[in-house]
Design a protein around this ligand. Structure first.
Ligand code: PLP
Length: 388
């Protein structure tokens, strides 16, 4: 008598036969881009550590120093007694970095999006969400109980048709700035114009643009010179910043609403003060990482120029460090990824449901910590492996 066991075993077996089973590789970092994965030394094109900061000596020292000065744990949620001075300082610094009046620090981006969607939208409101938005936006929108309108990916006209037809009390448009699985960029300028025309709020998730784009790596909005009271800007600190965490930067009114009402914020222990202290260092390192951003451009151009040799597979046109090579079929994608691994190169195979059916891909991610030699090795190996 174990209905749960029969059910989960059957589900697991279906999952496996559909080629969807995931496996975690146990990683031991050697450098920013070299890791021992399941005991094998490989060069990884598999992380979001775009600037190579995760192993930066100053950042490592900042965590140690932060722990010595401010403690390892915060001890409580922000609203009880866990809002340390270093959190307060960090929030001011993030606001300045993002060019917004105020900011709020979160433990991670998933939670920040749940907080945003549920605190800013509710019954009677409408959320307009790009079809390719990150899962945390999708889940947050569902949890908010607002009506959800999913518009076709980056389709400004379709969005306008939806906005025009709506008589909702409040409208919120939400988009990734850089889409995490395709590496393409949202039409932010056009989205903002629509939000102004139809009196909607624009929520921008810049997980992959922060640190990589804009003057001093200040992100996608500042890259385009976009500024508006109706933009709510969300960034994550586990990617370019090399740590973990996230933030929302916006008008005071919005930040205060999050503090008052966002349940994922209110009912959760504040992040480690040591981490908050280190995040200040990470922001400094991002600001001064122009050389690293320059290397990312060179590496991306090298991949794009080599990609004609990988037909019939298609390297998506992306001006970001996310360079997906679309293979299509799940098993072929895994075969190529395995063959690369044999050559000491780790490129993850991304399959549905993370990406649409039939568009399984190798998600190559570049880091400024790679060398030109690493890139040439990847180019050479891909050209060989694809032919087999
Ligand atoms: C990674 C990511 C998140 C989640 O951020 P975490 O800090 O990893 O929880 C949210 N949105 C996008 C677009 C992301 O790529």
């Amino acid at each position: 008598m174990s209905a749960w066991r029969d059910r989960y075993l059957a589900d697991a077996s279906d999952w496996r036969s559909a080629g969807l089973e995931r496996r975690r590789r146990v990683v031991r970092p050697v450098t920013s881009t070299q890791v021992e994965a399941d005991g094998k030394l490989v060069t990884a094109f598999a992380s979001n550590d775009y600037l190579g900061l995760s192993r930066h000596p100053s950042l490592i020292e900042a965590i140690a120093e932060g722990a010595r000065h401010f403690g390892a744990g915060a001890g409580a949620s922000h609203l009880i007694s866990g809002h340390h001075e270093v959190h307060e300082v960090l929030e001011h610094e993030i606001a300045r970095f993002a060019g917004k009046p105020a900011a709020l620090h979160f433990m991670n981006g998933y939670v920040a999006n749940l907080a945003l969607m549920t605190a800013l939208a509710g019954k009677g409101d409408v959320i307009y969400s790009d079809a390719f938005n990150h899962a945390s936006i999708v889940d947050g929108a569902r949890l908010s109980q607002a009506e959800i309108n999913i518009y076709p990916h980056a389709d400004v006209q379709a969005l306008e048709t939806l906005l025009k037809a709506s008589a909702a009390r409040q409208k919120l448009v939400v988009t990734d700035a850089v889409f995490s699985m395709d590496g393409d960029v949202a039409p932010l300028r056009e989205l903002l114009a629509l939000c102004e025309q139809y009196d909607a709020l624009l929520i921008v998730d810049d997980a992959h643009g922060l640190g990589v784009w804009g003057p001093e790596g200040r992100g996608s909005l500042q890259a385009l010179g976009l500024q508006s009271e109706r933009i709510v800007y969300m960034g994550t600190l586990g990617k370019s910043a090399g740590l973990s965490g996230a933030f929302v930067a916006a008008e005071e009114l919005i930040i205060d609403r999050l503090i008052q009402r966002a349940r994922p914020y209110v009912f959760s222990t504040a992040g480690s003060p040591a981490l908050a202290h280190a995040t200040l260092t990470a922001l400094d390192l991002i600001r001064s990482a122009d050389a690293a951003r320059g290397r990312l451009v060179i590496y991306r151009e090298r991949l794009q120029s080599a990609s004609s040799g990988w037909r019939p597979y298609r390297l998506l046109t992306s001006s970001t460090p996310i360079q997906p090579l679309v293979i299509g079929e799940n098993t072929a994608t895994v075969r190529i990824a395995d063959a690369l691994l044999q050559e000491g190169l780790w490129v993850p195979a991304i399959r549905p449901p993370t990406v649409p059916k039939g568009s399984a891909r190798l998600r190559i991610t570049l880091s400024a910590a790679h060398t030109l030699e690493d890139i040439e090795r990847l180019v050479g190996a891909l050209s060989r492996v694809i032919l087999v």
